[in-house]
Design a protein around this ligand. Structure first.
Ligand code: SPD
Length: 287
């Protein structure tokens, strides 16, 4: 059968975000529908349960902004936890640092990893063969509940949008357990959805994290093929001093050179471009 070009859309409320291309694989795992499309302009693209996750052309807008504000603000041998991130993009960015000694990647859906290994080599850049990476097929919510106190220097939550399987990754209990297993000077980071297309959950994430951690701050940026194109990442720490998110890692210059999107100026801008309507709503009492 000839694999014809089709339009594949993420339907989000009353808008559609689509790519034109050929389906490489379409499968139902125990958790979700997985589809990988090959498109002319955006390269290969991963869709889970009808939502775009990553594509060759745009994924760096997302992964570089989740990883580098956190890791560049730590300067020692690092033990990192990634929750989700089965396409390998977040692990790839972490493993650029020589100071990263260990990465535990906890992904609930083994099929996402298997298909990403096979069909999305540009996203993982073969991070799967790096000896510092340990993969665990488990629910991130249980992982943070059962782990020992103060063991990770950074926790990076690379989740999909809230759904039946992922909604607990947005709960107060989950953030409390992440705080528990985070080193005292560690950094917690999570993708925090869009202030436009996921405004309610975006506000909730920021407020809940603020209640749990001593310090927190949200960076805004772009992921052109996600609903609305504007996205956010929220960072938090147990520490209550002015050193929060200072870029002190000695490898920063090398990392900046390796990045397509992130650099220190981009980061500074991102932490200073909260839409005013969001700032106003965060000041209101009952959002
Ligand atoms: N609306 C899409 C949100 C998905 C965020 N996670 C993407 C996973 C890429 N590693």
């Amino acid at each position: 059968m000839i694999n014809k070009e089709i339009w594949l859309d993420e339907n989000h409320e009353n808008s559609r975000y689509g790519l034109k291309g050929k389906i490489l694989i379409k499968k139902k795992s125990s958790f979700q529908d997985i589809c990988i499309l090959e498109s002319d302009d955006f390269g290969r693209a991963l869709m889970l349960d009808g939502c775009w996750m990553a594509c060759d052309k745009d994924e760096k807008y997302y992964h570089e902004c989740l990883v580098h504000p956190a890791i560049s603000s730590l300067n020692k041998k690092l033990n990192i936890l990634i929750i989700g991130g089965g396409d390998g993009g977040t692990a790839r960015e972490c493993l650029k640092y020589k100071s990263v000694k260990n990465v535990d990647l906890v992904e609930i859906d083994e099929e996402v990893i298997n298909l990403s290994k096979k069909y999305l080599p540009l996203i993982s850049n073969n991070c799967w063969n790096d000896k510092r990476l340990n993969i665990y097929i488990d629910d991130g919510v249980n992982w943070v509940k059962k782990n020992k106190n103060n063991i990770y220097d950074a926790i990076l939550v690379d989740s999909s949008d809230p759904s039946e399987y992922s909604m607990n990754l947005f709960s107060e209990e989950f953030y409390i357990n992440c705080k528990k297993i985070l080193e005292n000077d560690g950094i917690f980071a999570t993708q925090s959805e869009s202030p436009e297309s996921f405004k309610k959950i975006h506000l909730n994430i920021i407020k809940t994290i603020k209640n749990v951690f001593e310090r927190s701050s949200t960076m805004y940026g772009f992921v052109p093929f996600y609903p609305s194109g504007i996205w956010s990442w929220t960072f938090a720490s147990k520490r209550n001093d002015s050193e929060f998110l200072h870029n002190i890692n000695k490898e920063i210059i090398k990392i900046e050179e390796s990045c397509e999107i992130w650099n220190l100026n981009y980061q500074r801008g991102g932490f200073n471009m909260q839409p005013n309507k969001i700032s106003k709503q965060l000041k209101e009492k009952n959002v």
